[in-house]
Design a protein around this ligand. Structure first.
Ligand code: FA5
Length: 361
């Protein structure tokens, strides 16, 4: 009996001294395991006389229960202590400002998109959207580019395999943002004043061409709209976007099936110092994008009376504008997700462009 009492106090002392789960498990194995001290006592029961067993049995079983309960209690105690320690060490003060090293940056394309939207919002333009997978009809046919028209070759199109539910309508990955002109004119009547920035796709890839790129479309339709309105809008936009008062633009005759007449815009710049570009001075010209007066047939295709209304539209390459403004030499780097590049060219998350606060501080 003395043996059992002293064995019990020894095991309980070991249990209390166990500092972690592994040490506690070692105590459990030494007491209750196959070759443990308590198990050895239990094994002797069979060899005792019935009287001895009557006396010893409850004592040994009591020892086993006491040890089992003590181990369970200590285990819970250790788990609580470990949780407390974790909670204390991993505590986060949610009222603290973000740690700068860990904050992300705004991608230059997103920044430029915000800048352009802020400029046009100030001029009274709304933002219109269209899907990336577009009806062939909206991307081409209603824009005065019928199926067998050679102008379809101007844009290297990704055609989309027919989908269930298409009901025979062909789809493409939109090659430009101009189908949003169609969507807008089908949905609303003049006066119309919208821009539509978004993703566009062409089979094209080099330092200045990407298979997925971005354009911003502008469309104005109302009574009495003429080329002067187009010129003024392009000038105001470029002045605000490049943040220079002395810009000089040049219009070149061009061809787009959906505008007549069609013009392409260049901006005066100086590229005489390698790796640098200055706007407003110099003898070089930089291409901005295409534009023109909306073709009468396009107005009619979209249910707008071309006898009463006229309109202008332009479509500029958004990635190219970001490259120029922020001195980014290769368009492909926009889409490589290189963290070092993103940290270098990215913008602070709260640096929201506004006209009065500055577009690109
Ligand atoms: C168009 O896409 C016409 N929809 C623009 C337009 C709109 C004209 C409204 C008239 C009225 P274009 O194919 O030239 O035009 O493309 C416009 C701009 O998109 C180009 O000046 C260029 O900046 C950009 N761009 C074209 N292809 C790529 C490409 N693969 N990667 C990056 N930018 C491109």
């Amino acid at each position: 009996m003395t043996d059992i009492a002293s064995l019990q106090s020894q095991i309980l002392a070991d249990i209390n001294a166990a500092g972690d789960e592994a040490a506690l498990d070692a105590v459990r194995v030494a007491a209750l395991g196959k070759k443990g001290s308590v198990s050895a006592l239990l094994a002797t029961m069979g060899k005792l006389t019935p009287e001895e067993r009557k006396q010893q049995g409850p004592l040994v079983n009591g020892l086993k229960d006491t040890v089992t309960d003590a181990i369970a209690a200590r285990k819970a105690q250790l788990a609580d202590a470990a949780l407390e320690m974790r909670l204390a060490s991993e505590k986060v003060d949610v009222t603290l400002p973000p740690v700068p090293e860990n904050s992300g940056t705004v991608h230059p394309i997103s920044q430029v998109l915000e800048e352009i939207t802020a400029i046009f919002a100030d001029l009274g333009f709304a933002v219109a959207e269209g899907p990336d997978v577009e009806f062939d009809d909206y991307n081409f046919t209603r824009l005065n580019i019928p199926p067998d028209h050679p102008a379809r070759q101007m844009q290297d199109t990704f055609y989309v395999a027919p989908q269930q539910g298409d009901q025979g309508a062909a789809h493409v990955l939109r090659t430009h943002t101009s189908p949003v002109q169609v969507r807008t004119m089908l949905a609303q009547k003049p006066p119309i004043r919208v821009i539509s920035p978004g993703r566009t796709y062409r089979v094209d890839s080099d330092a200045t061409h990407s298979p997925m790129f971005h354009q911003v479309e502008a469309l104005v339709v109302d009574e009495g709209i003429h080329l002067g309105h187009l010129k003024w809008t392009v000038e105001e936009f470029c002045r605000a976007f490049f943040e220079i008062d002395t810009i000089e633009l040049r219009a070149r005759p061009s061809f787009f099936p959906f505008t007549e007449p069609s013009l392409e815009w260049d901006m005066r710049c100086d590229r005489s110092v390698p790796g640098q570009i200055k706007f407003g001075t110099g003898n070089d010209w930089l291409e901005l994008g295409g534009s023109g007066m909306v073709h009468r047939r396009v107005l009619e295709n979209c249910g707008i009376d071309s006898g009463r209304y006229s309109g202008f539209a332009f479509g500029f390459g958004l990635d190219r504008m970001a490259m120029l403004k922020y001195g980014i030499p290769d368009i492909r780097s926009f889409f490589e997700s290189d963290l070092r590049w993103l940290r270098h060219y990215g913008f602070a998350a709260l640096d929201i462009p506004t006209l009065d606060g500055g577009l690109s501080r």
